[in-house]
Design a protein around this ligand. Structure first.
Ligand SMILES: NC(=O)C1=CN([C@@H]2O[C@H](COP(=O)(O)OP(=O)(O)OC[C@H]3O[C@@H](n4cnc5c(N)ncnc54)[C@H](OP(=O)(O)O)[C@@H]3O)[C@@H](O)[C@H]2O)[C@H](O)CC1
Ligand code: K
Length: 484
């Protein structure tokens, strides 16, 4: 069993892929082995999470997820925990593995009750897993509501009930709670655990591969957790020219802060030199808080060899500049108003498509919806699919922001960034991310690596941010850790 962290590099499989893994694994094992292993894994984790629990509530559903719960209850009872198993249904309607587990439960002297207990020290949600097909209702919804409202820790089996393994879209009750939440994923990690509602619903994630470790030799994974890549050490005999130039274009009247944030972030993320071209003619041509930034007339940027970050607070004036920029700029990040200018403009999108080196696009869900000509809800309903479609359509690396940012690139597996938290939900943090990506492009990283490493670092900084210190974009822009 493995605790999943932001450093974990691992393949992610959705429903179909996990079912394939399960079928292959169970074909070579005696009947019911996987479910027994699942029960053992759940019980072990439950005991580790709540060693002093006196009363454990196992809520079981109508499929094999419920069967995992029955197996876990047998183990917990055997270890001396007072265990209540709540289950309603017809035993003959259970799938065969779950039916066998129910028989074992009865043989162990346990019986099921059709009601929830009044008190518990740890709840185990074994209501629905991969087979969840519609919002839980009736007694399933009632039991979920009780588990989420309680102060006791909650351990979800495989998936929090109602969470879609492919998309991370959650249905059914979930309340903001201070009680610890854990999820023990079985056989595989799933994309839906890391994006959309997945992070909130899962809490701390664990993986038990049930002794069937699968590699991804065939490249069939639906997405990947990228893992952690430290910054490259620097040679002593280098200079500012060794680490590339970034040019930042944006800053229409009233929005000058955005490019300054991106430029500051690029500087702190290690770019050798950073230039700024502001679109507001009345803006000051230097920034006393960041005297390293070099301000230039916007029409002179980017100069040859500079990585361009374009769009931050750019306003509508950017649209007229985009054709030339798309044709001639080298490494390129398009953010905010540059993305809005692209939306619905087939000619611009064609230019983007024809670029020799893919640009990095950093839409939030609303910007992605504009580019895809659909609603934000449709983007959020399947973030992986939306990012992949955009990446193919624009021949670009697309970093779809939000909880569990998705990084999709043409011809490469999609990545889901696991770092970050809701403290990043404040103005300007997107500009900082664009600046980080620009700095990594300037230092020679390919667009996909620059995008995921920047997203990972951006999230990791937020994860490590001191609780008592406000997380503002300008502080974040200066927080890239010093190289060893
Ligand atoms: N088989 C094994 O060896 C192992 C299985 N594992 C665990 O199994 C689940 C997947 O099991 P599955 O039976 O396919 O699916 P579920 O348990 O999630 O539920 C399916 C049943 O639930 C009904 N359903 C679906 N949605 C709802 C809802 N909202 N309300 C009520 N009922 C619902 C569904 O009924 P349908 O009418 O829709 O067909 C099914 O009856 C997996 O997640 C693991 O936990 C382990 O991997 C170990 C090995
Ligand atoms: K569950």
């Amino acid at each position: 069993m493995q605790r999943i962290s932001t450093h974990t590099r691992a393949p992610l499989w959705g429903k179909a892929g996990t079912r394939r893994i399960e079928a292959q694994a169970s074909a070579s094992l005696p009947p019911h082995t996987l479910m027994r292993r699942a029960g053992l894994g759940i019980a072990r984790l439950a005991m580790a999470l709540a060693p002093h629990a006196r009363h454990i509530w196992v809520a079981c559903g109508p499929g094999n997820n419920g069967g995992d719960g029955f197996e876990a209850a047998v183990q917990l009872q055997a270890c001396g925990f007072h265990t209540t198993v709540s289950w309603r249904g017809d035993a003959t309607a259970l799938p065969s593995d779950a039916r066998a587990a129910l028989t074992r439960l009865h043989a162990a002297g346990l019986s099921c009750t059709p009601e929830a207990p009044s008190h518990w020290d740890l709840a185990i949600d074994a209501l629905l897993g991969l087979g969840s097909r519609r919002p839980p209702d009736g007694h399933l919804a009632d039991w979920l509501q009780r588990m989420h409202a309680a102060d006791a820790p909650l351990l979800s089996v495989d998936l929090p009930s109602g969470l879609d393994a492919d998309t991370g879209v959650g249905t059914g009750p979930v309340l903001v709670s201070r009680a610890p939440r854990h999820c023990l994923s079985l056989l595989s990690l799933k994309p839906g655990q890391f994006t959309a509602d997945g992070r909130d619903r899962c809490g701390t994630l664990w993986l038990d591969d049930l002794g069937c470790a699968v590699d991804d030799a065939s490249g069939s994974a639906d997405a990947w957790l990228p893992g952690f890549a430290p910054d490259q050490p620097r040679l002593h005999a280098t200079h500012k020219g060794s680490y590339g130039d970034v040019a930042v274009l944006g800053g229409a009247p009233g929005m000058v802060g955005a490019p300054i944030l991106a430029a500051t972030a690029a500087l702190h993320a290690g770019a050798g030199r950073v230039f700024v071209g502001l679109l507001d003619p009345a803006a000051a041509a230097w920034d006393a808080t960041a005297p390293e930034l070099m301000f230039r007339p916007h029409h002179t940027l980017p100069q040859h060899g500079q990585a361009l970050v374009c769009g931050c607070g750019g306003g509508e004036a950017l649209a007229a500049m985009l054709p030339a920029l798309l044709d001639h700029a080298g490494p390129l990040v398009l953010d905010a108003d540059a993305l809005n200018a692209l939306a619905g403009q087939d000619a611009l999108q064609k230019r983007l498509h024809q670029r020799a080196s893919p640009a990095v696009l950093t839409p939030h869900p609303l910007e992605a919806a504009r580019l895809l000509n659909c609603s934000t809800a449709q983007v959020q309903a399947d973030r992986l699919a939306a990012a992949r479609t955009l990446a193919e359509r624009m021949n670009s690396v697309v970093l779809l922001k939000g909880s569990g940012s998705v990084i999709a690139s043409p011809g490469a597996p999609a990545l889901i960034n696991p770092s970050g938290n809701a403290r990043l939900a404040s103005a300007g943090t997107g500009d900082v991310l664009a600046g980080f990506i620009g700095a990594l492009l300037a230092q020679g990283l390919d667009p996909r690596s620059a995008a995921w490493r920047a997203a990972w670092r951006h999230g990791d900084l937020a994860d490590r941010w001191p609780a008592h210190r406000p997380l503002t974009a300008s502080a974040l822009a200066r927080a890239w850790p010093a190289r060893a």
